[in-house]
Design a protein around this ligand. Structure first.
Ligand SMILES: Cc1cc2nc3c(=O)[nH]c(=O)nc-3n(C[C@H](O)[C@H](O)[C@H](O)COP(=O)(O)OP(=O)(O)OC[C@H]3O[C@@H](n4cnc5c(N)ncnc54)[C@H](O)[C@@H]3O)c2cc1C
Length: 461
């Protein structure tokens, strides 16, 4: 049996018993069967059962609920979407771009409301999201962020702060300005995933852990999940495995699994906290070679996730890819450059997980009625709130409830395939290398590089 608590600090402190639930005990027929008890699967199960408590919903989970990215992420439950409003406007028009942002604001709030209603103590704190520029050449990045939302008439949700206003909130070395998004909350993600799993069960859903789906057969007549422990036939099957869908024979090239990593400090003393400030527990991010996503945890630590990742050749997901010592060391060093007052503070935990990147950066939340197969995946590291939107959108699609959500472009999106290996690996290496080179160049010259590199253009094509 795996030591599930060792996969992240969040799982270790989830406040829940991580002993696996019993597996599937032979073939079954249900109304809705879901692959994966991460946020996508659990939000879908939860909202389906809210809509129709008589539904027979089964969640099939290879490990335990919250084992994947959902139990290991940075805890940014924020209205961030993999494509910017400008990119969405170019692809789908201004109204659709605006509708996605509004739906994301609702998602952040729905997470808080369900925690409240279901008594899930996920340390939800809606302090917003603060993106900090730590060099003059980073200011255009945050100005562009603000401009993006102004262009779709939603600037009221955002503010720009100068250096002084920024450090009033948070003492970060070298801060020259920041962008504040009020639609963001910090959460303890494993407490959210585990609490949500309990809520699904209270509302009549069944979660089978230690039950790996090996393949699926689409309908008609009825779609089927094939597992090591029997077949599950359903009216609807939902693929909610995000990065792990790359392991499904029929999905291999639809998603690219890449890692993300976090290092965590010990609880900081009151003296250190009074130097840093950060009283509202905003989730905080920054750019450049020391760029990262940060979370001020409810128990007084800093979780620091450096923007460095690893793509495993052949999309092969193993436990070993989570343990990138070089990235952890880079994270600890970068954290000190942000907060010199952390000198001497111990980093007690480090971990990683896999997130899923679609070829065109656009998430899919779709249901194919003739085959009975629904999908929601492709969040590219912005999945904590987006999965809630997936759950509510799939609920409307599956129950044939026409709504604003069923009109969103994600419901019509069909993910493109990634290139076969070794092109996939070579391409990902090139993009990562050229990004790092650009960051170093910008830091050396003090100028933001113009346009995209050749590698980035190829990747986008
Ligand atoms: C280190 C890290 C930091 C991140 N930080 C943030 C952040 O701060 N904010 C943000 O918005 N997003 C963040 N993300 C992304 C976010 O965590 C994910 O987008 C989100 O959790 C995806 O949820 P999911 O349920 O779709 O997938 P997962 O949580 O990965 O769940 C998939 C589940 O499917 C199960 N499974 C896999 N294969 C099978 C199978 N064959 N049969 C049955 N079950 C199977 C897995 O065990 C897993 O439990 C981060 C991701 C990582 C890795």
């Amino acid at each position: 049996m795996k030591d599930y608590a060792s996969y992240s600090y969040w799982l270790e402190h989830s406040g829940d018993d991580l002993t696996p639930r019993p597996p599937l005990d032979g073939s079954k027929t249900v109304d809705v069967a879901i692959l994966g008890a991460g946020f996508t699967g659990l939000w879908t199960a939860y909202h389906l059962l809210q809509r129709d408590p008589s539904l027979n919903v089964a969640v099939l989970e290879a490990e335990i609920a919250g084992f994947g990215a959902s139990g290991r992420n940075g805890g940014w439950c924020f209205a961030g979407f993999p494509l910017s409003p400008t990119e969405l406007t170019e692809r789908y028009g201004r109204d659709a771009a605006r509708a996605i942002s509004l739906a994301m604001y609702d998602a952040v709030d729905d997470v808080g409301a369900v925690c409240e209603r279901e008594g899930i103590d996920a340390h939800y704190a809606k302090g917003g999201e603060l993106e900090i520029a730590r060099a003059e050449h980073e200011l255009p990045i945050i100005e562009e962020m603000y401009e993006d939302f102004r262009s779709i008439g939603l600037e009221d949700h955002y503010e720009m702060y100068d250096a002084e206003q920024t450090v009033e909130r948070l003492q970060v070395a070298g801060a020259v300005g920041s962008f504040w998004n009020r639609e963001g909350a910090a959460v303890q993600p494993a407490r959210l995933a585990r609490g949500l799993a309990r809520a699904v069960e209270r509302h009549g859903g069944k979660i089978y852990e230690q039950t790996r789906v090996l393949d699926f057969t689409p309908g008609p007549p009825a779609p089927v999940f094939h597992t090591e422990r029997g077949d599950v036939t359903a009216k609807v099957v939902v693929l909610a495995g995000e990065a792990y869908l790359a392991e499904q024979p029929k999905m291999r090239r639809r998603i690219l699994p890449i890692t993300s990593h976090i290092v965590l400090t010990e609880p900081l003393s009151e003296d250190v906290w009074s130097e840093i400030g950060w009283e509202r527990r905003e989730v905080v991010g920054g750019f450049g070679s020391e760029g990262a996503y940060l979370n001020h945890t409810a128990d007084g630590r800093i979780a620091f996730g450096p923007y460095r990742s690893h793509y495993p050749f052949g999309s092969k997901i193993t436990d070993a890819i989570n343990l990138q010592e070089e990235i952890f060391a880079h994270g600890r060093k970068s954290a000190l450059s942000w907060f010199p007052m952390l000198e001497g503070v111990e980093f007690t935990h480090s971990w990683g997980g896999v997130l899923g990147m679609p070829r065109d950066h656009m998430p899919t939340m779709a249901y194919n009625r003739p085959t009975g197969v629904a999908f929601a995946f492709g969040y590219t590291g912005d999945g904590v709130a987006t999965t809630n939107l997936s759950g509510r959108t799939l609920t409307d699609l599956i129950t044939e409830t026409q709504s604003e959500l069923t009109e969103l472009p994600m419901t019509r999106h069909r993910p493109r395939r990634w290139e076969p290996e070794p092109l996939r690996w070579l391409g990902s290496q090139m993009v990562m290398w050229s990004r790092h080179r650009n960051e170093r160049k910008a830091e050396a010259t003090g100028k933001r590089p113009e346009g995209e590199t050749l590698a980035e253009r190829l990747w986008r094509s």
